[in-house]
Design a protein around this ligand. Structure first.
Ligand SMILES: NC(=O)C1=CN([C@@H]2O[C@H](COP(=O)(O)OP(=O)(O)OC[C@H]3O[C@@H](n4cnc5c(N)ncnc54)[C@H](O)[C@@H]3O)[C@@H](O)[C@H]2O)C=CC1
Ligand SMILES: O=C(O)CCC(=O)C(=O)O
Length: 441
């Protein structure tokens, strides 16, 4: 069942008294931050009296740019630019991953931090939103260089992170090993082992069972709920995935285990397809061995960009932002798009998909499983009492299902897309907390 775009005649939001935004914060800003601001504009008419506080959402609370100098293996000194942005801390400490990628920018990290505020509020975990990153291609670094860079970055952002202030976690190109280095560096700098300073750690040093699989499991759980609403069966459903790392790879595995056919996969190395369904465990092995899906023998090569128009029922962007745009959204044949990545769909593409009757389950709910189990990890670290994997998965599935049900009901009530509905639920929670806290120290 298609969910309609908000009617054009939605009530105007009260205007906030404010000065013009500096250029790096305004709507003309291209890229993820501009996309996020458009999403905030779409929710504003539904915020009632809280719209008075909406400017809070349009600027980060705190943004830190750090220089990360390291000695390379060949004796030269390299400088990398690093960021940590705390978008909002009204509901609790900042929380969100750290990305190592050659294209990371401050405004991208601002958007990713803002989406964390919305996501954390949507699943009602007691956090604000934060994100970090380093502008680097980690594939060009040796293990020693990667460790030195991670440790220096952690020391540089050490002034604003901490178990009660802002808690990093893995994102693109970061993993348990990187989290272990971050935890160790922070602990050495503060003189006490602080397991709760990062999540997504190895199990043997305060990590949680189920965290590695959590985002993919959340994507799968929400997809099953959404499929139920539009009368689509998961068994036999054709699934196409962009990005086959932590999120896309685990989601693909869970779909295959449920009897879906994973028919097409694309990552940074290329694309692969098989109408009868790819052998997902073998594909995962191939990716672990070679670094990508290219060259996998169990399917045909899929030219770059063709994934979007591939015949499937469920399309899962699970790589980077800005992938579904007005240039390719018209080609999509899927019945549902489940956003594993953060920010993969532009507002223009959202409208095109909505007009085609394609249900889009947005990032800020679909990929919230990772941070939900990060929350469990943080709670376990504080209490030094660890739960079984079953307990974690059951609690995760319950939170995801409840959050999806609330968002679905809100979408029906206001006749808006699931993205705007998630923003209504989340931004109301954030701004209510903001209002309760008041303005003055
Ligand atoms: N790891 C986590 O717990 C969470 C991650 N996310 C989001 O999910 C997305 C993927 O993150 P992870 O799986 O953790 O990262 P990852 O580093 O494990 O995997 C990234 C995947 O994206 C692919 N990729 C990169 N550039 C690409 C391109 N230009 N075209 C096609 N594929 C490309 C890579 O080949 C790889 O398969 C990101 O948007 C991230 O912010 C969201 C919630 C939690
Ligand atoms: O686990 C976390 O704290 C955050 C994961 C993340 O970066 C995300 O949800 O985008």
């Amino acid at each position: 069942m298609a969910i309609k775009k908000p009617a054009a005649k939605t009530p105007a939001a009260p205007k906030a008294q404010t000065h013009a935004l500096p250029s790096y914060l305004d709507h003309q800003h291209l890229g993820p931050w501009g996309v996020y601001l458009q999403q905030v504009d779409r929710v504003t008419p539904y915020l009632g009296h809280l719209a008075r506080w909406v400017e809070t959402l349009k600027r980060p609370k705190r943004a830190l740019i750090v220089d990360v100098p390291i000695e390379m293996d060949n004796g030269t000194i390299a400088h990398f630019e690093g960021y940590r942005v705390q978008h909002n801390v009204s509901r609790g400490p900042g929380k969100g991953g750290v990305r190592f990628h050659q294209d990371v920018t401050l405004s991208e990290v601002m958007a990713l931090a803002a989406w964390m505020s919305v996501k954390n509020a949507a699943v009602n975990v007691p956090y604000g939103g934060a994100k970090g990153g380093i502008r680097v291609d980690p594939r060009n670094l040796s293990q020693g260089e990667l460790e030195r860079m991670t440790r220096r970055y952690t020391s540089e952002i050490g002034i604003i992170i901490g178990p009660n202030k802002d808690i990093p976690a893995p994102d693109v190109n970061t993993n348990e090993k990187v989290m272990a280095w971050m935890m160790d560096t922070y602990s050495m700098n503060t003189g006490a082992t602080a397991t709760g300073v990062v999540t997504g750690k190895p199990i043997d040093m305060g990590g949680s069972l189920g965290r590695r699989e959590a985002t993919g499991r959340g994507v799968f759980t929400v997809a099953v709920e959404a499929a139920g609403q539009i009368g689509l069966g998961i068994e036999g459903a054709r699934v196409a995935v962009q990005g086959f790392g932590n999120v896309g790879g685990i989601a693909g595995k869970l779909f295959a285990e449920a009897g879906s056919l994973v028919v097409a996969v694309e990552d940074h190395t290329g694309g692969i397809c098989n109408d009868k369904g790819l052998n997902v465990p073998k594909l995962l092995e191939h990716v672990a061995k070679t670094g990508g899906v290219a060259g996998f023998k169990g399917g045909e090569a899929l030219p770059l960009g063709e994934l979007w128009g591939y015949k499937c029922d469920i399309l899962i962007p699970a790589a980077l932002e800005g992938q579904l745009t007005k240039a390719n959204a018209g080609k999509v044949k899927a019945k549902m798009v489940i956003e594993g990545a953060n920010g993969p769909t532009t507002p223009e593409a959202d409208d095109i998909l909505g007009d085609k009757g394609i249900l889009v389950v947005p990032d800020v709910i679909a990929n919230a499983g990772g941070v939900t189990v990060s929350y469990f990890e943080w709670v376990q670290d504080f209490s030094s009492f660890f739960w079984s994997e079953d307990e974690i998965n059951q609690r995760l599935v319950k939170i995801m299902k409840d959050a999806f049900a609330t968002v679905w009901q809100t979408a029906q009530q206001h006749k808006v897309s699931l993205r705007t509905a998630t923003f209504i639920v989340a931004c109301t929670r954030i701004l209510h907390a903001r209002e309760l806290r008041g303005l003055y120290p």
